[in-house]
Ligand binder design. Structure first.
Ligand code: FEO
Ligand code: CA
Ligand code: CA
Ligand code: CA
Length: 631
């Protein structure tokens, strides 16, 4: 999710359009008239500067308009839209007469992370599976008629209740029939997790006094998995939801609480999006100062058991989680790579104490409860030192304000800072190369880094366009070992328009010129080891956000190629391939969210383009027209 208030994009709409005009000569920038069908995807092909990439798809041009566009020779199917029925008995979506009861049975808002979990369990099916999707946020000005500006405290309780039902997670069964995907809203696997869903808390911080509230004196049970941004999945078939921007939910003044510093460390009181605290006391920190301590975790959801409660795994630390990408070590311990998406925050990894057992699924349930959390220090000699967050070691002692391992995890940001971890340019998604084991991290941007604050791994002052780092795990014998406490690093690419800041050679050194991108966010690898990158921030450069792909090895390394772009105001998230690589799912988040946009400001209403229908965040299934492997 872009870190900006809903429906208030920056820079100004005029500036974006002016910048966009230069690069969007191809784009159908004429607004569609109400009711006018969207144009067919007129992807414009440009000559490739390189012939060395292993990728063979035809590149599309940069652009910015009201629709999505994909590389020629591919189809785009709008598979799931906000409001689509996903549970038994769900009514059809009616935009002007929404109810909380209906939303609880329908697809949520602002789809983000996607996992495709093949059915049956343990198979590699690419024709049947459970699509597991996070719903990161809601935008009431775009969702509900009559709210032309984002003023959350004006929302009546029934609309707040719709919002609370539109957050969380959806599991829905899908099947590929005749080259198109179908949603099965009657499957008993289908499930919605919402702000009111019962969730357990496990691991070292469960039950700690700072996790206890009036409603839950045990500190072990909470309602909701919120702000699920990117995520991950485990080898035992569970999905990991990463709770990111939790500060948007809480009202009240942190300074009037017993938790002032802890709340401020997570940005509580600085940027509130929702008026939930007007009706639900637990979201008012002056009434319940510990409730925010129960958010900002990795949440494990078992899509194959709809009765299993989601579980917050506190051993993985509390911060603004973006991703939870799993690697398995040679001795079968589980490693989770974790990003904390805020300027000057850190990259972490968790290493389980016990090995994974592929034969006994239930035995893996507690693997993420016991192990060691590390934060990364990036050294100038291109090495990394992984610093363990262990209570009693180094500065993580009682006299420094940590009473136990629970507090080290609740205040993981403070612990990592005291250990000397490196402050990064907003770490978002992380992916592990399927063949080499190298780990790739997006650093989406950080305009707050001054020239005096640059370091080797974050080399650009005012980093508006972000970069991608490669981490090479380094075991004792030079072998890949994800549990090792050292690694090496190098930069894969830098974002930005190479035509801008031409004279600034330091800024532009290493920039990707071929089909450039800006503000990398989510990542996924294909089976051939090519990296697919989505972006969040293209509008600042006059282009739509989208999907790019690149080799990460050989002569095509860092030669990005533009594959898909989304409608104006949107952001592309959640890329996920089927196991055979013939379908690429992606999620278009907050389409049409441009300055002053609201429910009735059609024609920006992707993907329906119907009068009276607002834009709808939707999952898109991309396939080649010949059904072959994408790439
Ligand atoms: Fe939700 Fe960091 O993007
Ligand atoms: Ca993101
Ligand atoms: Ca983002
Ligand atoms: Ca990913």
């Amino acid at each position: 999710m872009s870190q900006k208030p809903p429906a208030l994009t920056s820079p100004s709409r005029r500036a974006v359009l002016a910048a966009g005009a230069a690069v969007a000569a191809d784009a159908a920038v004429r607004p569609l008239m109400a009711g006018e069908p969207p144009p067919p995807a007129p992807a414009v092909v440009k000559d490739l500067k390189d012939k060395t990439s292993t990728l063979t798809f035809t590149e599309i041009a940069h652009g910015l308009d009201d629709n999505h566009h994909v590389s020629p020779g591919h189809t785009t199917q709008i598979l799931l839209r906000w409001g689509d029925p996903v549970l038994k008995g769900a009514p059809a979506w009616t935009p002007t007469t929404q109810t909380p009861e209906a939303q609880k049975l329908q697809f949520g808002y602002d789809n983000d992370y996607i996992a495709f979990m093949p059915l049956p369990y343990g198979s590699k099916s690419s024709t049947s599976g459970l699509l597991c999707i996070n719903h990161e946020s809601s935008r009431h000005a775009l969702m509900f008629p009559g709210y032309p500006a984002p003023r959350p405290d004006e929302l009546p309780k029934d609309l707040v209740d719709i919002e609370m039902a539109a957050h969380g997670h959806t599991v829905v069964k899908i099947d590929l029939k005749g080259g198109a995907w179908t949603v099965d809203p009657t499957s008993s696997f289908n499930r919605r997790t919402m702000a009111t869903t019962e969730v357990d808390i496990s691991g070292p911080a469960a039950g700690h006094k700072r996790m206890q509230t009036t409603e839950d004196p045990t500190g072990k049970h909470v309602l909701g998995a919120l702000a699920g941004c990117a995520g991950g999945y485990t080898p035992w078939g569970t999905v990991l939801l990463a709770e990111e921007n939790i500060h948007h939910f809480f009202g009240g003044d942190p300074k009037k609480t017993t938790e002032t510093f802890g709340l401020q460390a997570m940005g509580i009181g600085t940027e509130r999006y929702y008026g939930w605290y007007n009706y639900y006391q637990r979201f008012n920190v002056e009434k319940e100062p510990n409730e925010p301590n129960r958010f900002g975790w990795i949440v494990e959801i078992d899509p194959f058991d709809p009765a299993a409660k989601p579980v917050k795994r506190t051993a993985l630390g509390r911060f603004k989680h973006e991703s939870a990408t799993i690697a398995v070590t040679r001795d079968r311990r589980i490693v989770a790579y974790l990003g904390d998406d805020e300027v000057f925050q850190f990259i972490y990894k968790f290493v389980s104490a016990k090995p994974y057992d592929a034969k006994a699924r239930d035995l893996n349930a507690g693997l993420l409860d016991e192990g060691t959390l590390y934060a990364a220090r990036f050294n100038a000699d291109n090495t990394i030192t992984w610093l363990p967050l262990i209570w009693g070691k180094g500065p993580l002692r009682e006299d420094n304000g940590f009473d136990s391992q629970a507090e080290v995890l609740i205040d993981a940001r403070r612990a990592a800072k005291q250990l000397g971890a490196t402050s990064m340019d907003r770490p978002e998604d992380i992916e592990v190369h399927p063949k080499t084991g190298s780990v790739f991290v997006t650093l989406t941007k950080n305009s707050k880094r001054t020239p005096l604050m640059v370091d080797a791994a974050n080399p650009r002052p005012r980093n508006r366009a972000g970069h991608i780092l490669e981490i090479m795990p380094m075991g004792a014998n030079g072998e890949v070992d994800h549990a090792a406490t050292t690694a090496r690093w190098r930069i894969l690419l830098k974002g930005g328009d190479p035509a801008q800041r031409k004279s600034d050679t330091a800024y532009n050194a290493g920039i990707t010129e071929n089909g450039w991108l800006a503000c990398p966010d989510n990542l996924v690898f294909d089976n051939q080891g090519r990296l697919w990158i989505t972006t969040d921030g293209g509008n600042d450069f006059g282009i739509a956000d989208g999907i790019w792909a690149t080799d990460v090895d050989g002569p095509g390394r860092a030669l990005t190629r533009h594959f898909f772009r989304c409608p104006d105001g949107g952001e592309v998230t959640g890329p996920a391939f089927t196991p055979d690589g013939t379908t690429l799912f992606c999620a278009v988040q907050h389409p049409g969210d441009i300055e002053d946009a609201h429910f009735s400001s059609a024609p920006k209403s992707w993907p329906d383009f119907k009068e009276g229908v607002p834009p709808r965040p939707s999952v898109v299934a991309i396939r080649r027209t010949d059904g072959k492997v994408i790439g």
